[in-house]
Design a protein around this ligand. Sequence first.
Ligand SMILES: Cc1cc2nc3c(=O)[nH]c(=O)nc-3n(C[C@H](O)[C@H](O)[C@H](O)COP(=O)(O)OP(=O)(O)OC[C@H]3O[C@@H](n4cnc5c(N)ncnc54)[C@H](O)[C@@H]3O)c2cc1C
Length: 417
Amino acid sequence: MKKEKDIIVIGGGIIGLSVAYYLSQQGRSVTLIEKKDEIGMGSSYGNAGWIANGFSIPMAAPGIPLQGMKWLFDPTSPFYIKPRLDFDLFRWLWKFIGACNEKDLRASYAILLSLGQGSFDLFDEIFSQEDVDFGYESKGRLSLFTSKKSFEKSMPDVAFVREYGVDVSLLDVDGVREIEPTISTSVKHGFYSKDYAHLDPGRFAQEMARLVENRGVEILKGVSVKGFEITAGQISAVETTQETFTPNQVVLAAGAWSALLARKLKIKLPIQPAKGYSLTYKCPPELLPKLPISLVERKAAATPMGDRVRFASTLELAGFDSTINQPRVDAIRRSAKEYFSGTEALTEEEIWSGFRPATPDDLPIIGRSDKYENLIFATGHGTLGMTYSLITGKLVSQIIAGEEPSIDLKPLRAERF
Ligand SMILES: Cc1cc2nc3c(=O)[nH]c(=O)nc-3n(C[C@H](O)[C@H](O)[C@H](O)COP(=O)(O)OP(=O)(O)OC[C@H]3O[C@@H](n4cnc5c(N)ncnc54)[C@H](O)[C@@H]3O)c2cc1C
């Protein structure tokens, strides 16, 4: 027996939850399907929790392919591609290299800025409307450098973001220490960017799940979407490991797994699982960083989360292989020691790996499908899905309501690839 549903959201990560939140605000009937037994345990769980507005230059930028090639031969580098015969990966890399030019970078950056600002505004709105607490603090971000050479090398990036009105202050070591007294003596330079916030991602997902359940969203946990039935250009049924549903609309928000589900619909989504790691430490209060920090030379992030500090880094294109690569995790541990003093007093509590849903141009895929009129994509958020969560939810709710989206979605269409 098939069960009728209004809107089905596939995926209980922060994107699916944000979509469910804004749809439920519109009074829509929503069923969210999550294959794991708990909500928010995919990429949305152990990430760095940065809400990045401003200094978030897309990964697809000039010079990155060359830098990536150099990193490939260093077993402790923050970037790796597992050598294998995988045509989807070749296609992805080809498109990624094609997007690494100044013109595409500028177009992507402008879109990311408007998504980032949209999300910032929605975080303010959610705190004015809801009683929620997920450790959100808007204190800006510090970038730390241990060498003058890499500090000087980053000046073109500073000039680039300043062209767009992004506020960045350059700091000498005393200026850095004034903002963040816990730095080590290796740190020589830094800069501060104001338009950043941070949160505890695991708590964010749990709070969003609580809000949507309170509004009547049905959350099905431990249920996996297996396939679809198509009738007259529409998804007429969603088949799961438990029941088959007949929905009016389907939102695909399955993170890194979205390409696998899209394939069942004969749609090619160039999304690669881009594995990253985080290490979370219990931290004495006097050693807690005051704000999120980029350890620039090591491409690592440090974020205070309550009485813990989390270090995150690494991007591995190795398929859905969740094993922990010890040399790379050790490299994250070493970077913590390199940039901060007193790290011997930290207690390591959790090592985590997660799959970012990475697109070749580093832009998410948001919009109605050209192929099936009742399918909406909300996926491919790559390195910044926490940041773009609320704005994605809002945009999808506008699409479903038939309203003009508050941001032009043409550059984010699935068909752009
Ligand atoms: C190390 C690391 C650090 C990061 N740091 C940041 C940061 O500081 N700031 C930031 O903005 N972003 C960050 N990110 C990126 C961010 O984590 C992701 O972009 C975001 O979590 C993606 O959310 P999602 O909901 O699309 O995916 P997910 O959270 O992975 O959710 C997808 C869900 O779909 C479910 N699913 C899959 N297939 C099926 C199926 N067949 N049926 C039902 N359910 C299914 C999965 O189980 C999963 O729960 C980081 C990522 C990593 C790995």
